[in-house]
Write a protein that binds this ligand. Structure first.
Ligand code: ZN
Length: 146
């Protein structure tokens, strides 16, 4: 847990949006929910307004208000589904791995990402020929853990 938090800070918001800390996800989700609730209430209000207009005999006004109401409620439900999808994908912690290659014998090694890793950085010496090895790739992969 501590490792993933540190990783989230390390990578920042610039290069990888997916490695956010759980706190960030929570606060942005909360704002989103408030926004959705607001839109839903506006939708319900328009529907109520449509009913009022209808009973008053204003068919045209009722039609317009009901369309706005349906759009408002529909949009909020649609966005709620989008949010659910987004959260479910964010729940899967992504493991960042670093690929190291030997310049001489092209021996390949894959290890977990460490602080300060960057592509084309010289790292530890090759176990086979004792030549310095080079980071060739850094990427995220889904953890197998369910
Ligand atoms: Zn080598």
């Amino acid at each position: 847990m501590l490792y993933s938090l540190e990783l989230g800070i390390q990578l920042g918001s610039g290069s990888n949006q997916k490695t956010k800390t759980s706190k960030d996800i929570f606060s942005s989700t909360l704002v989103y929910y408030i926004f959705l609730a607001g839109m839903f209430i506006i939708g319900v209000y328009f529907l109520y307004d449509a009913l009022q207009a209808y009973t008053a005999g204003d068919i045209e006004g009722a039609g317009l208000s009901s369309i706005l109401g349906i759009i408002g409620i529909g949009m909020s439900i649609y966005m709620l589904n989008m949010l659910r999808k987004r959260i479910s994908t964010q729940k899967i912690p992504k493991k960042v791995v670093t690929t190291i290659e030997c310049k001489k014998c092209s021996l390949k090694k894959i290890r977990t990402f460490m602080k300060g890793d960057y592509v084309l950085k010289d790292v530890e010496n090759c176990g086979k020929c004792d030549e310095p090895m080079l980071i060739t790739a850094i990427y995220t992969e889904k953890t197998d853990k369910s």
